[in-house]
Design a protein around this ligand. Structure first.
Ligand SMILES: [Fe+2]
Length: 545
């Protein structure tokens, strides 16, 4: 390797690490205590109209970012530009320049870089530099952050130490939502990730798809994989290809999680449409708007900023995962239709996948406890303002429900009964859960999983080499930026209480919500910490940056 290419890499790595650190440092959590009125002009348009370089027209996003979602200081210049051009959003301008740089010779990738070191800790230390870590500490200090919320260096989960333990990964952590019972059997389960074979991937990589058959062993209460179908063929334990097939299965799961469950379902479909319907169908003095505001503000802006970082040509998704840009856009386009709001209710999700009974389900149990707190909170809040009858005569609520049912792929999934407090609380709890819990599970939670490339590859090379250092560096930086400091769910939300005769009671409802979350936090803290656990103190109030 020539001195020149090494020098180029040093400069390139230094610059893009600087960009990642600045993104981490400059993201000041939003203040969510005061709802803003949304201008009437907001409308949805196809993604390709906003970003002509991204050929996706099935997804519709807001036509502009809202000024109340801005993070840049409201200086004189910004105020003036905003007055002249209401859709001006300076943060987006910077990201557009960086997105353009991705496609030039100054981009973060440098073909021909060597593989990362075989020792995963050495590989991590080279990419997650002292500078990254120092930025975390400085940002935490500047924001006076609770130490529980300060980003720790990644922890290697036991299930990824030597070899990916698919049985454990299927029950706890970011991929716990894939396991389903094989129809007609009592103890057989499966991961079915074969749909990913429909999208074009890079020729030097194994295609990121797999079907894994699991057998539950009742005596020792373990779930073990017993067959993997992937591009290698049908592989069983003991075959020489078994370790490689297991890695391909993990690659398939993480590809699906990052591109479909996190990005498409949670950001571009669920988050975007929920925020749009709420902003356009409810006024800022409506009780439901007050309840939902912290979970939606920032969505339009952060989706646009993240699109510029990840989905544009040369973005993180194309650089890190196995799909070509054409395959990536095709996948995201097609995955829109598979969004189901019901999957954000862990009880419904468990039922749909038929994993009730003897199987231990630690992550699902964890999620169920969080969902119940959200559902009870929404129900208490509605009962404060409405009877079942009053909900049916509230025009704004009816419009909001109708709009969400129309916009969301597969609708709200409501039974054909008249909407009352219980049904409305369920819808709201699913939306809150999607924003706060699901987003954590499939997004920031990958920090402790994806960076261990030896057992958890985001791409698997056909010639058996490890990922090159430019791909790994990009993976580290994208996960780092996903972990920027956001507004915690455990914030004081009482100032959102609607002024009027029920204000004190509404404040009490918000306080009870945070008290219940704190109770759960304390209960969980009495048990040993584990990377797969979702703690209330870690949760953010929304998906937004
Ligand atoms: Fe996210």
């Amino acid at each position: 390797m020539s001195l020149m290419t090494t020098l180029q890499w040093t400069l390139r790595k230094g610059f893009w690490n600087f960009v990642a650190k600045r993104k981490y440092q400059r993201n000041i959590p939003m203040v969510v205590d005061r709802p803003h009125r949304t201008p009437a002009r907001l409308q949805l348009i196809p993604l390709v109209q906003v970003y002509p370089s991204i050929p996706i027209s099935d997804i519709r996003i807001a036509d502009h970012s809202l000024q109340d979602e801005g993070r840049a200081k409201q200086g004189m210049l910004r105020r003036l530009l905003t007055r002249l051009y209401p859709k001006f959003f300076p943060e987006e301008l910077v990201l557009r320049v960086l997105a353009w740089l991705y496609t030039t010779t100054c981009g973060p990738m440098q073909p021909g870089r060597p593989e990362i070191p075989a020792d995963p800790y050495v590989a991590l230390d080279q990419a997650y530099t002292k500078g990254h870590r120092r930025t975390v500490i400085q940002t935490s200090a500047a924001l006076n952050l609770d130490p529980k919320r300060t980003l720790k260096p990644p922890t290697l989960p036991p299930e990824l130490e030597q070899f990916p333990d698919l049985g454990m990964l299927a029950l706890r952590g970011p991929y716990a939502g894939y396991l389903k019972k094989v129809k007609g059997t009592r103890t057989q389960y499966e991961w079915d990730l074969r749909e990913l074979s429909s999208y074009e991937s890079y020729p030097d990589l194994y295609e990121p798809w797999a079907h894994v058959l699991f057998q539950f062993h009742e005596q020792d209460v373990t779930l073990k994989p017993c067959r993997i179908e992937c591009q290698l063929g049908t592989i069983v334990p003991g075959d020489p290809e078994w370790p490689l097939a297991s890695r391909i299965a993990v690659c398939a799961a993480t590809t699906d999680t990052a591109l479909i469950r996190h990005w498409t379902w949670t950001h571009l479909v669920g988050g975007e449409l929920f925020a749009f319907a709420t902003r356009t169908k409810l006024t800022d003095s409506h009780p439901l708007y007050r309840l939902l505001w912290p979970h939606l503000v920032g969505t339009q802006a952060s989706n646009r900023l993240a699109t510029l970082g990840q989905l544009v040509p040369g973005g993180d998704f194309e650089a890190v995962y196995s799909l070509t840009y054409k395959g990536l856009c095709h996948l995201i386009s097609k995955s829109t239709a598979t969004f189901r709001l019901g999957s954000f209710d862990p009880r419904e999700d468990r039922h749909r996948r038929d994993i009730r009974g003897i199987l231990p389900t630690p992550t699902l149990d964890n999620c169920k406890r969080l969902f119940r707190i959200m559902q009870a909170h929404a129900y208490r809040y509605f009962r404060l303002y409405y009877t079942d009858e009053a909900i049916r005569y509230d025009e704004q609520i009816q419009d909001w429900v109708g709009e969400l049912d129309r916009l969301l792929p597969n609708g709200l999934g409501l039974p054909p009964v008249k909407l009352g407090c219980v049904a409305l609380a369920n819808v709201v709890a699913k939306l809150m859960y999607m924003e706060c819990v699901h987003h954590e599970q499939v997004g920031t939670h990958c920090w402790n999983y994806q960076l261990w490339a030896h057992t958890h590859p985001v791409r698997v090379y056909r010639d058996n080499r490890r990922v090159p250092e430019d791909v790994y560096q990009r993976l580290v930086n994208t996960n780092y930026v996903l972990n920027i400091v956001r507004t915690p769910l455990l914030s004081d939300l009482t100032s959102l209480a609607l002024e009027g005769e029920r204000m004190e009671e509404a404040k009490r409802v918000f306080r009870v919500f945070t008290d219940r979350l704190r109770d759960l936090e304390h209960a969980m803290e009495r048990e040993p910490w584990a990377p797969w656990k979702i703690y209330p103190a870690q949760l953010e109030v929304s998906i937004n940056a």
